[in-house]
Ligand binder design. Structure first.
Ligand code: ZN
Length: 84
């Protein structure tokens, strides 16, 4: 019996709308969107699945992902800048 795991449905435009608010006195232009996999407990590459933009972790194929600017994700998960 196959268990259909629900894959979060991201829209890149929504991500950009939410995350790319201009931040005064911040180098927001240099920030990029990164994905954090809760299963791998680190920043991971993702690949899209299906017709819509659905992302899964490239390493474990998991869909338990958080995303945001690299800075916000690193702050949130308390990861030092150099830990890559
Ligand atoms: Zn993973």
């Amino acid at each position: 019996m196959t268990e259909e795991k629900e894959i979060p449905d991201f829209d890149v435009n929504d991500i950009l709308k939410v995350e790319y608010k201009p931040v005064p006195n911040d180098d927001y232009e240099e920030q990029k969107i990164v994905f954090y996999c809760h299963d791998c407990a680190k920043l991971v590459d993702t690949e899209s699945k299906g017709k819509k933009l659905k992302f899964v972790c490239k390493e474990c194929q998991g869909s338990d992902l958080s995303y945001g600017t690299e800075r916000s994700i690193r702050n949130y998960y308390n990861m030092p800048e150099a830990n890559d």
